[in-house]
Design a protein around this ligand. Sequence first.
Ligand SMILES: [Zn+2]
Ligand SMILES: [Zn+2]
Ligand SMILES: [Zn+2]
Length: 370
Amino acid sequence: MSIHACAFCGSSGPLTGEHVLGDWLSRIGLDLEPVLHGAGPLNRIGRELGVRPPFRQKVRDVCGDCNHGWMSRLEVTAQRVLTPFILGEPGEIEVADTGRIAAWAQKTALTAMLVSSEEDRDHGYGLPTSEYRDFYTLREEACPLPVSQFWIGRYDGVRGWSVRVTPLAVRIDGIPEPDRPQGYAMTVVLGQLVLHGVRFTTPSLHAQVSTRLDLPQLWPSAGPVSWPRGIPLDDAGFLEFSGGTEFRSTEKHVELRPWKPATELAPSQAVGGMVELQAICGAHVVYYPAVLVHEAMRGQFYAFWTACECPIAYLIQTEPDGAHCIAADTTEAITEMYDALEREEYLIQDECGDFCCKRLTSSGPLRFET
Ligand SMILES: [Zn+2]
Ligand SMILES: [Zn+2]
Ligand SMILES: [Zn+2]
């Protein structure tokens, strides 16, 4: 993708700043506190974004014609249909609007992913450029890309908003793990609303999917959708939910899981019994016990919070590919999120002192090898 071409239509016309989230969201009474953007390559959030007021974040890879044309029309529909749900007022989505709302969620995810760097995209992070072109081709169809499913639910947690995209691998019994993701999960949280979707980029691997929270399906449309229905999403479940781990394939031999990325991610540096992690402020490093890396290799993942000297506090979780910052905020806000995680807390004691973390998976016994 040329740096100076519109990601969607490929035009080299003047590029404008497209808001990751529409301006209208700043006018309906949502909290405008600065928070970190929740999108990026494999959810390594904030690295390119820093702390900025939400709704002000813009990407510069969209041309004026796209921005003020079809994208703006999707925002108009989203504002009309979604505003009550964002503010917690029950209602119904008419059949005629379901496709446009699913398309809006997909557009929002695609736009948010434009914040990943050119280099990241070259390495297969971000989303394939064909996703943008295909979406543009279908822009007047009032529906998301084919081979996708979307759900709508209620969010009951402390985040004001979040946009997350997680690459997915489709595992089929007896077939080795693929070297590229074959789909991705999208999660858009706004106020009390959560839109959740999955798109398969390898159509032959299309798996019918349901969600553990039994969320009503928005797309493909099966009729009008009333809101709220299903189990509300809380912060204890948010990480796994937005990571796509709560999708259930309805086919016995097919499993969806977050894609284990290739190994070219900059490795964290081991310092004694601690691992050094570049803080997303860009200026500092934070540390966590190396034992959590060994645990991650065994499929055990943890969340913990820490802070840099800025001071910015971070909520961090370990994942198959390392530790990732999933939120950055004041110490008060981050400890509130950490406390809200209804998971068992573990204390790791070694020469570096005491370190608290919460375990995110529930399988198998836990042993720390310090
Ligand atoms: Zn364009
Ligand atoms: Zn990750
Ligand atoms: Zn810092």
